[in-house]
Design a protein around this ligand. Structure first.
Ligand code: RFL
Ligand code: PHB
Length: 392
């Protein structure tokens, strides 16, 4: 039987940021992860870090490589009706920026820092289960390298993503679930070619949404709206590039640079919230508690915001047994969660093609885009959310 203060399930952004922040507060944790270290770090996912996420990485001592290699962006572009409209994120938010730095690199930096500080992580764990969270010392059981382990702790942090075991282990009726599934998905590619634009491009097109993003000066990340279960084999590389070119076209825009496609995949889109985010001594964070459609670039940032609140709450409890912040954990997180849900839903609704849209709906959607592109007030609302709402 092992013992630690916090048993963390999942070594993604939420789990590793939590382990790192707790370590800096002098709170010991053990991380249990189902996949291998390589898998977690090489998975292609988020790329946009909010200002506050970057500041937190830096202030907690893990921001050096992000500051060196990350690409700082001061604006994004909206494209619709064949025209380009820049949203001046910095000008509209008093100097706010976003940073392009891949999720896998964030996780790698956090994992390196945690291991260097003597932290313990079990990768490739099997048969992970959580128990006793309505008692003072909950339990995590798992197998690692064939050996069964039992880990007793003061708290379990459920950072195991949407398909994880923690949320699913709560008694029926303990949670209220809110969900919206969208009738489309994103086909995403990573291409070994320099980005065709200095800034991200969110494109509304009659054939469907397209997004031009990037990972580095030599890697471009692009997405196309598609069917939720779109078969990938229907999409040759040439068809993908042709479709991207059509949807990203603008009267005066430069051309789209093509290159070898090194990764492709289709993801579904949903909005999801589980309330409350705590049950006894089990606290949920990140995708385990909520999912946002990727149009707002918020999932990773929201996971980081949750564990920032959780680390403070657990540290206060560890210092003096004060459970006030633990008791407020769920309500504190959910205020931000719902603000971010609103924004991600709004961006998704504004930019995608909805098959069942009436001519009225379509005109209203175009009017919304026109308004954001022409009103400083509307653009400022987009900008303050995109750069990231302030932490409480
Ligand atoms: P993760 O990253 O899913 O990590 C959960 C970890 O838990 C492990 N696990 C288990 N471990 C032990 N036992 C079990 N039973 C387990 N079950 C699962 C998993 O292996 C995994 O390592 O959740 P976390 O930490 O909450 O982080 C959330 C983010 O990963 C997610 O919100 C973002 O990737 C969403 N997202 C984006 N977010 C942004 O902020 N900006 C973006 O630009 C952005 N783009 C995206 C995205 C997500 C995408 N996909 C593929 C869903 C683009 C895409 C295409
Ligand atoms: C990405 O670079 O993967 C990305 C960027 C912006 C989004 C979603 C994904 O809104």
């Amino acid at each position: 039987m092992m013992r630690t203060q916090v048993g963390i399930v999942g070594a993604g952004p939420a789990g590793m940021m939590l382990a790192h922040l707790l370590g800096r507060e002098g709170v010991e944790s053990v991380v249990v992860e189902a996949r291998s270290r390589e898998y977690v770090q090489e998975r292609v996912r988020a790329g946009v870090l909010e200002q506050g996420t970057c500041d937190l990485l830096e202030a907690s001592g893990v921001g050096a490589r992000m500051r060196r290699e990350g690409l700082v962006h001061r604006g994004i572009e909206l494209r619709f009706a064949g025209a380009r409209h820049r949203i001046d994120l910095s000008g509209l938010t008093g100097g706010g920026t976003i940073t392009i730095y891949p999720q896998g690199e964030v996780v790698k930096d956090l994992t390196d820092a945690h291991l260097a500080a003597g932290g313990q992580i079990y990768f490739s764990a099997d048969e992970v289960s959580v128990h006793d969270f309505d008692r003072a010392s909950p339990l995590i059981r798992f197998r690692a390298a064939g050996t069964p382990h039992e880990l007793r702790c003061d708290f379990i942090a459920g950072c195991d993503g949407f398909h994880g075991v923690c949320r699913a282990s709560l008694p029926v009726g303990a949670l209220t679930l809110y969900e919206r599934i969208y009738p489309f998905g994103w086909l995403g590619i990573l291409a070994a070619v320099a980005p065709s634009s200095d800034e991200l491009i969110y494109a509304h097109h009659a054939r469907g949404f397209a997004l031009h993003s990037m990972r580095s000066p030599v890697l471009t990340r692009l997405y196309l709206q598609c069917a939720p279960e779109e078969p990938l084999d229907a999409w040759s590389d040439a068809r993908i590039w042709d479709e991207l070119e059509t949807r990203l076209a603008s009267g005066d825009g430069g051309s789209l640079k093509r290159g070898p496609i090194v990764q492709k995949g289709v993801t579904g889109m949903r909005s999801f919230v589980a309330e409350p985010m705590r049950h006894g001594r089990l606290l949920l964070a990140g995708d385990a508690a909520h999912i946002v459609p990727p149009t707002g670039a918020k999932g990773l940032n929201l996971a980081v915001a949750d564990v920032r609140v959780m680390a403070r709450a657990i540290a206060a409890f560890a210092r003096n047994g004060d459970s006030e912040l633990i008791d407020r954990y769920s309500a504190t997180c959910l205020r931000r969660v719902w603000q971010v849900q609103r924004f991600a839903w709004w961006m998704t609704a504004m930019l995608h093609r909805f098959e069942d849209a009436s001519p009225f709906d379509y005109r209203r959607q175009m009017a919304e885009l026109e308004y954001v592109a022409s009103s400083r007030a509307a653009a400022q609302s987009l900008a303050e959310n995109y750069v990231g709402l302030p932490f409480e």
